[in-house]
Structure formats: C-alpha cells, structure tokens
Design a protein around this ligand. Structure first.
Ligand code: IVH
Length: 683
C-alpha cells in the first residue's frame, strides 16, 4: 500500500472511532488500540510533512495562541428564541402557529429538543471540511473561534458525506457537568476564582486565546440546524427530523432525547417529563425547544426581527426548596463592602446541596422581611447561585425579630459608611484584615500580578502570622520564611491531616513573587484594586500615561480625555492617588523593585496607522522574530492578526515549517511574505 493510501485509511479509521467514542458514546475498540492508530498516523505524517492535511485528526491543536478573534459575518442571521414559561404560554404558541399556517384545529407536528445551556456556535463546512467556527456575537457578526472549535472532539473536522459546497451547521457548545466539576476543583486548588456554572465556564473557554487550553477543557457539542443559505434543501430533507438524522449520519453530534410530538399536548407532556428528568443528565439544560417539524411550513411562518415564528423555548421553572434560615452573616469584600448572606440548613436542590445563599444587601433583606429562624423558599434560577426568595410567614417562630444590619465592620469594628446613592455598607479602614485578605487575593490573582500559588489559604497565613500588612510586604518575604510557613491541611478530615511546612511550594511562591516584579504596569494598576478600575481600564490608563507616577498625579480633566475613561473612573483614580497611605505602599513597591512603567507600545493618538484595515495570518517559525513580536508590530501599526486564512486575509507571513495555512493562502492567491518582506512593510 502506498503512503498516501495508508494515510487516508488511517484518517478514516480514526474519524470513525472518534465518532463512536465522542459522539455515539459507543466505542468499538479499546483506548490502547485507538492510540496505536493515532501514533501510526503521527509517525507517518512526521515522515511526510507535505502530506499533512488540515482535516487530519492529528491537527486538532495546530494553532498557537492568537492575539484576538477576528469578527466574521454569518451567512444568515443567528436568531434567538421566544420564551414560554408555562403551559398556557405553550398553548398560545401553538395557537399562533396553527393560525399562521391556516391549519384550523388540525394538530401540528413538532419536534421537542432539550435546550442545551451552553453557547451557540456556527460551523462552516466547505466540501465536507470544517473551515470555520464562529460564536453567535450579535446574531449578524460573531467571533471567528475556528482554532478553538477544532479542538472540540465531538466536532468532526471532516464529514462523512454531506452536501457539496458551503454549509453552515448550528448548534451548542457546552461543558459537561463532570468536566465542570474537575475544572473548578483544579481552580480551587490553584487558588483561582471558580466558574459560577458550566455555561460561564464554556463561554470563558471558547473566548480563550490559547487553543491548547481549550483542548484540555473537554468541551462537548450538539448540533441542531443545517443552514444552506439560498439553496433549496435536498429532497430527503423536508422535515426537521430529516435534518437531525442527516447531521448524525455525517458524524455530527445530535442530542438523542429529541422527540416528535403530534400536537401541543404531547409537547406539554415532554416538558413536564424533562423538568425532572434533566437532573440525571451529564449536561445542564434550561428548557425545551419546540420546533415545527415541516420545513416548508417554517418558511410560510417566517420570522420576526428577533425570533422565528416556528419555534419557542419552554423555560423550566427555577428549582425551589424550603429550608431554615439559621443565621444572617456578613462577608467583607476587597472594597470593604459588608455583604449579608444566609447560612441555611443544608438542603438538596437541582443536583447539589445548598448551605449558603446570597442576600444582596440590607435593603433587600428588609424588603423581604427575612428573619433568622424563618423557614424560607430558596431557588436556583438557571442552576446558578442560589437565592432566598421569601420567608414562609405561617412558619415563622414567635420570637423572630427583624434583622438589623450591623453598624460596625464585622472584621475590624470600624464604623460602616454608605454613599447616598448606594445600597452597600462599606468599611473604610484600609488596613481592615478582611479587606486586606481579599485585596491580597486579588493582587496575586491570575489577571492581576499572576503570582501562582498565592491563593486563599496562603494569603490567610501570611496575614495571620503578621508577615504581610500591605502589598509591598509581599516583596520583602524571604524564601526561607515562605518555606517554613506552617499551613493547615487542605482536608482536615483526612487521615494525614497534620499541619505541614510549605517547603518547596514556598520556594516556588517566592520565585513567582520575584517574577511578578517585572510585570507590565497595567497588571499592577489593576492589582491595586482601585475602585471601578477593571482590567481594561487599567490597561488603558497605563498605555496612555506610561508611568505609575503619571497615573497617580493626573488631574481629573486629563484622565477624562483618555478614551473609555469616564468621570467615575477618573474620580476614583484621582482620589486613590490623593491618599497618602496608597502613595506610601506604592513607594514601598517601587523600592522593592516592582516595575512602575508601561512596556506596551506608545499609543499614537493621531493617524490610524499604516496597516489599518489589513489582516495578517502568521504561520511557521520566522527566522528572527517571535510570533508575539510580529503580532505586536502589526497591531501597533493598526493591523489585525487572524488565526486562519480566508479570502479576507491581506497577507500571510510564512516562516519555516509553515503548514496548511500556507497552502491555503496559495490556493486563494493571497500575498505571501517572508520575514524580510514583512520587515519591509513595517519600517
Ligand atoms: S434552535 C432560530 N435548539 O438557545 C432558532 N437552540 O435561547 C435557533 N439552544 O441561541 C435555535 N439548545 O444557542 C435551538 N436544541 C436547541 C437549543 C438551542 C440551546 C440555544 C441557542 C439559542 C438559544 C435561544
């Protein structure tokens, strides 16, 4: 057998087994046998790099991190769905459909599908090859996340059969519950903030710029729509069920619990069944999508500006439970906000045990008249963070008294204050230990100074032992001090639960602290936790004003001339800069060697830049420039860098070992530059 035939055979076999494993959940061979096929393919491809194709199963994580996602236009708008919250609204939907169709009393055939709680995705296949994956965006334009989509195992890079030409497949990307639990466990261990729910985690993952990280997250996907813009559907695709069957036959994942319902009664029964049944699934669903089965009838019904008239989403009622409100306690946040929360008698709701719930603020508690000792209704809306809905007055103990918000800080006993137009009570003491703890956690967090290992428990230790009283103290910790820190066991119930010294972990944290000294100014500005200054504002401030001193000294008027800096941010930065205590900490940080200047290119406020409107794709290794340097050079001049080659690409910059992107650029006739040629462009 010649190499090419063997390669094709291997790829076909692997695709088949990927489909069995990831889509049908019915593997035909062992993991070992599968790995053997994959290794053989990898080996053969490494011996014949010219024969590697973009849709080869080895090419799922081909891309390196990109700088941003280009925006792309959908071939037809991605609409949203109208909602129905109860049986009456479902029946009203059915009425509208029957009226619009002129069907009188005849029952309409619907297909009921589970509504996957993820994010919608549009996959473009050209001659059966996956060429693009895009998010919904505003419905007309989304973000090109092809490199990330290619890492999602259930999504085939090449279809089995399928129509010729261009086709868009729409569906949902989601994070299975098991993967969600695993990721949050890892984040907890690393002292990182947890994802609130699988949907947020999936959305955050899809927008991550590093496909290798996306691959690790093990996202799932389901498809539910074929869009052949401007073309008639084939003869054998007159019903929605035909489309679902075709999707599955092409190797795409289709959620298997969908059902044909003849008339609205069957739809109602389906919705009732799954309101309970959904808890046993391995993914979150927030409802049922009801769709007219007949595609010609859909055409007749048409759409409004926002929704199709032929479909609606039945939203499951929030999962509620009754339990006892044991106590109302107060948590102190980084900004000094004292926020009340409910300590509940543990109760099982929608798949997990709840023992705490947010109470928002004192006004909210007063409005609901929640009292300690009450039996309360709690709910998980969309399976997110539980909230307390209302007390059950009939069950209120005789001695229950209205709850009163403490007037002093729970952590440091300073008097709480509240701005006129705010509902939040704050502690103004900047050395309040609870505030310090949260501030330090924020300071060290990934998007701030990114000090790995300095999570919740270590922060608590260094504060409790009096080693750190402000951010700058971190930089005076000696390696030995960190190594010798005694920390409590992570799981106090475990058999090996003895307090232990940090040892090597402490040494690593020390190295991380040292490393953070050379962070860009934008990270430090964000890390300081200035109110209203998020990551983006911090980056803007440091890019424009260049040094910490300039930021601290800038008058409000000057701050406000910076794009995207409004009066609230400007006032907050100014008042932060005025405060002698903040100045003192920043002086200490500078003395410890923490970088106080922007390393980002200067902003040219004038012309749009010589490369404005140009899109570049980088591929292969350039002789003297790193990918980051090339990206920065392009962006500084107003150009954009994209992850994949399309007709809209202006130039492909190709280095050594450039692969399929180069081939594609050639095929599309896009100018290809060497590093030298590229340098000519950016002088
Ligand atoms: S059909 C024009 N089917 O729900 C109708 N959508 O609230 C296209 N969704 O944006 C959508 N599961 O992201 C459809 N089985 C399903 C779905 C589903 C989840 C999402 C989809 C849509 C949103 C609307």
């Amino acid at each position: 057998m010649d190499v090419l035939t063997r390669l094709q055979l291997l790829r076909e076999q692997i695709r088949h087994h990927e489909n069995c494993y990831y889509v049908l959940a019915a593997p035909e061979i062992s993991d070992e046998e599968f790995d053997r096929l994959l290794h053989e393919l990898e080996k053969l491809e490494s011996e014949h790099p010219d024969l590697v194709t973009e849709d080869s199963p080895t090419q799922r994580v081909a891309g390196r991190p990109t700088a941003s996602f280009p925006t792309v236009e959908h071939i037809a708008p991605m609409l949203s769905l109208d909602n129905a919250y109860n049986e009456a609204e479902l029946r009203a939907f059915d009425e509208r459909v029957r009226k619009g169709a002129g069907l009188g009393d005849a029952a309409v055939d619907y297909v009921a599908e589970l509504k996957i709680d993820g994010l919608s995705i549009a996959l473009t296949y050209q001659e059966g090859r996956l060429v693009r994956g895009a998010t919904r965006g505003d419905g007309t334009r989304g973000e090109d996340v092809t490199a990330n989509v290619r890492t999602i195992r259930p999504i085939p890079l090449a279809l089995k059969g399928g129509p010729t030409g261009r086709m868009e497949v729409r569906g949902e990307v989601f994070l299975p519950r098991a993967a969600f639990a695993r990721i949050n466990k890892e984040r907890e261990d690393a002292g990182e903030p947890l994802f609130a729910n699988p949907r947020n985690a999936a959305a955050g993952t899809m927008r991550n710029l590093d496909p290798a990280l996306v691959a690790k997250r093990q996202l799932g996907a389901f498809s539910y729509q074929v869009v052949l813009s401007g073309r008639e559907p084939p003869q054998d695709m007159q019903k929605h069920r035909d489309a679902l069957r075709a999707l599955a036959a092409w190797g795409l994942p289709v959620e298997r619990h969908h059902q044909r319902c003849s008339g609205i009664d069957e739809v109602v029964a389906f919705c009732e069944r799954w309101a309970e049944g959904r808890l046993a699934l391995d993914f979150d669903t927030d409802g049922v999508v009801i769709k007219v089965d007949d595609l010609a009838l859909r055409e007749r019904l048409g759409t409004t500006a926002k929704f199709p008239r032929w479909a609606t989403a039945f939203k499951f009622p929030a999962q509620q439970a009754h339990t006892k409100l044991r106590r109302i306690e107060v948590n102190v946040g980084r900004t000094g906000a004292n926020t009340p929360y409910a300590v509940l008698e543990p109760v099982f709701v929608a798949g997990s045990t709840i023992s705490m719930a947010t109470l928002h603020n004192a006004d909210d508690i007063a409005r609901k008249d929640l009292r300690e000792g009450d039996t309360v209704v709690i709910e998980k809306a969309g399976d997110v963070i539980p909230r307390v809905v209302a007390p059950i007055l009939a069950l209120r103990p005789a001695d229950a008294v209205p709850w009163v918000m403490p007037t002093r800080c729970r952590a440091c006993d300073s008097e709480l204050v509240r701005d006129e137009d705010e509902v939040v009570w704050r502690c103004d003491n900047s050395s309040c230990p609870a505030r310090l703890r949260r501030s330090l956690e924020h300071f060290a967090s990934r998007s701030a100074m990114n000090i790995e290992g300095l999570g919740e428990s270590l922060v608590e230790q260094v504060i409790e032992q009096g080693l750190v009283r402000d951010f700058a103290d971190l930089y005076h910790l000696a390696s030995a001090q960190l190594e010798n820190l005694v920390v409590a066991p992570r799981d106090p119930k475990s058999a090996r639960a003895v307090p232990r010294k940090l040892g090597k972990v402490g040494r690593n944290v020390f190295a991380e602290i040292e490393r953070s000294k050379s962070n860009d100014l934008s990270r430090l500005v964000y890390a300081l936790g200035i109110r209203h200054v998020g990551e983006k504002a911090a980056a803007t401030l440091s890019r424009h004003l260049r040094t910490m001193a300039a930021i601290l000294d800038a008058p409000v008027e000057a701050l406000q001339t910076i794009p995207d800096v409004g009066p609230v941010v400007a006032a907050s930065v100014r008042s932060f800069g005025h405060e002698p205590r903040n100045r003192a900490v920043i002086d200490k940080l500078a003395a410890a060697g923490v970088n106080m200047a922007s390393q980002q290119p200067e902003v040219d406020e004038g012309a749009p830049g010589p490369l404005a409107g140009k899109t570049f794709v980088l591929t292969g290794t350039l002789p003297t420039m790193t990918r980051e340097e090339a990206t920065a050079a392009i962006e500084e001049r107003g150009g954009k860098v994209a992850g994949s080659v399309s007709k809209k690409t202006s130039y492909v910059v190709a280095g050594e070992e450039a692969g399929s992107k180069l081939e594609k650029a050639r095929a599309l006739g896009i100018p290809i530059l060497t590093e030298e040629g590229f340098r000519g462009l950016i002088i």
